[in-house]
Write a protein that binds this ligand. Structure first.
Ligand SMILES: *Cc1c(COP(=O)(O)O)cnc(C)c1O
Length: 489
């Protein structure tokens, strides 16, 4: 399978590239993204063949259908990463909450957030490809919380890859910060930056456009890659669990093979939702994909009105911080799929230059034939957490944003698969507040009170964080980042 570019080709690079090229070097012409040239058919026949497949067998079959240039032994090692999830036989449990509400739990990996679903196998693949080419890569990450820990965890001690991870000092939860600053592998560097997430993010962007920095990397024989969801190497692994969750509903007797369901995705950068979109295109029986947001509800507007408008908007901090995003990168891949490269390039140029674009009525109708959307305020999120807890299910604030769309966006009486993207342990102060009214608790106190209230034990990898030595104490000013990274590599 070959990969092409969402904004067309600028003549300075190949029109088609292999999977390995698209993931090692994810930047494409005109600032676009790589997408598969065509999608395999993973419809009813494929699903029927995999009714009894476990997660890894299904994953292998999906990856093989994409016919990438990852060597089979590397793919096997990549998928073996799912053996380190809570239950290797069932890395993604799907839990029935009510007759029409099922929660697909994507957070049973090492860092307790759904980023592990893709980053765990992705780390093995990227490192193996780098070794095969005898090349050295630097991954730069700016994180507001979940991507950082998951990126560090997957690449730790992996050959030919180094990671430098920037986080806003004081801008993450205690658990997220400890997950980063207690990592001690020699190929990892964690840097706290004075300021907010935007400062860390802006510092990273100016580094990426600095000629001096690139020259210094060349001198050190190091190339840059990316581990965020602009990299198709992450998206490819995010299609699998949509198929798996559907098959789980069949296995649980909630639906028959061929029946339609809703997929309900708490969305930020739209990687998770895009995986569902591709699964639907490949033949998964999906009625609609529900896009759930928090008060940063730019995607709600986009789906309902075909309008993407950044003007006058600022990111607001919510209790679901991994979704505090206005520029949602993977929407571009849907635009390309629906409207082609020329139109995508035009729309993305409008967004970059004027801060907004408006789809035509017929384009908007196409978007609305596939997606529906709603958003939840922090208050609504807390209510959803409390109500679901009272009927026996504990969910994190990101997952809880989905309940609004669950109630408002289904035109048909079909089951809804809500994706749970984080464990309760990662956002415990918000959950403690929802359950007990406790205010301003720090993470450890909130963890203890939820654990008591809900009768759940704190998982060992979270409990252990509070006793581990801090091995990555660096906290610096923005202007010192470049020097810090260069001395690291
Ligand atoms: C990253 C993340 C999201 C958003 O996922 P996207 O694929 O970027 O839309 C939602 N919830 C949690 C907990 C996350 O870490």
């Amino acid at each position: 399978m070959q990969f092409i570019e969402t904004r067309g080709n600028d003549g300075s690079r190949p029109v088609r590239v292999a999977f390995s090229q698209a993931i090692l070097n994810p930047m494409s012409s005109f600032g676009g993204l790589y997408v598969p040239e065509m999608l395999p058919d993973l419809g009813i026949d494929f699903l029927r063949r995999h009714l009894d497949s476990d997660y890894k067998a299904l994953a292998r079959a999906v990856m093989e259908a994409f016919n990438t240039d990852i060597p089979p032994d590397v793919l096997q090692r990549a998928l073996d990463r799912y053996d380190h999830f809570d239950d290797p036989a069932q890395p993604v449990p799907v839990v029935k909450v009510t007759d029409d509400l099922f929660v697909s739990e994507l957070y049973h990996g090492p860092t307790r957030a759904f980023k592990d679903m893709a980053l765990q196998p992705f780390g093995v693949v990227l490192s193996a490809l780098a070794q095969a080419r005898d090349e050295h890569y630097l991954i730069l990450a700016a994180t507001s919380g979940d991507t950082g820990p998951a990126t560090l965890e997957t690449f730790k001690n992996q050959a030919n890859v180094k990671v430098a991870c920037l986080y806003p000092d004081g801008g993450t939860s205690d658990v997220q910060r400890l997950q980063m600053v207690t990592e001690d592998a020699p190929n990892l560097k964690v840097i706290g930056v004075h300021g907010a997430f935007d400062d860390a993010q802006t510092a990273l962007k100016s580094l990426l456009s600095s000629d001096r920095f690139h020259a210094a990397l060349r001198e050190r024989d190091t190339r840059l890659s990316a581990a965020n969801s602009v990299n198709f190497g992450r998206i490819i692994f995010q299609q699998i669990y949509h198929l798996h969750s559907y098959l789980e509903l069949v296995r649980q007797g909630a639906i028959s093979l061929g029946d339609k369901v809703y997929l309900n995705v708490p969305s930020g950068n739209f990687g998770n939702a895009l995986g569902g979109y591709y699964a639907m295109k490949m033949g998964l029986p999906v009625e609609k994909i529900l896009i759930s947001s928090n008060s940063n509800n730019i995607l709600t507007d986009f789906v309902r009105h075909g309008r993407y408008d950044l003007r006058g908007r600022q990111v607001v901090a919510t209790t679901s911080p991994a979704m505090d995003i206005l520029k949602s990168s993977n929407v571009e891949r849907v635009l390309f799929d629906l409207f082609g490269a020329e139109r995508t390039r035009e729309l993305m140029a409008l967004l970059d230059e004027q801060g907004h674009y408006q789809l035509s009525d017929s384009e908007t109708a196409r978007v609305r034939s596939i997606f529906a959307a709603d958003f939840a305020t922090d208050q609504e999120v807390e209510t959803a957490i409390r109500e679901n807890f009272e009927r026996g299910y504990l969910m994190d604030p990101h997952t809880a944003t989905c309940l609004k769309a669950h109630h408002n966006c289904r035109d048909r009486d079909l089951p809804d698969i809500v994706y749970s993207t984080a464990e309760w342990t990662k956002f415990s102060p918000t959950i403690a507040h929802a359950l007990t009214g406790e205010v301003d608790a720090n993470d450890i106190d909130a963890l203890k009170s939820i654990s008591q209230e809900a009768g759940l034990s704190i998982p060992p990898m979270i409990a252990a964080l509070f006793d581990r030595p801090i091995t990555q104490p660096t906290v610096i000013d923005k202007q010192d980042i470049e020097q810090e990274i260069l001395s690291f590599i």
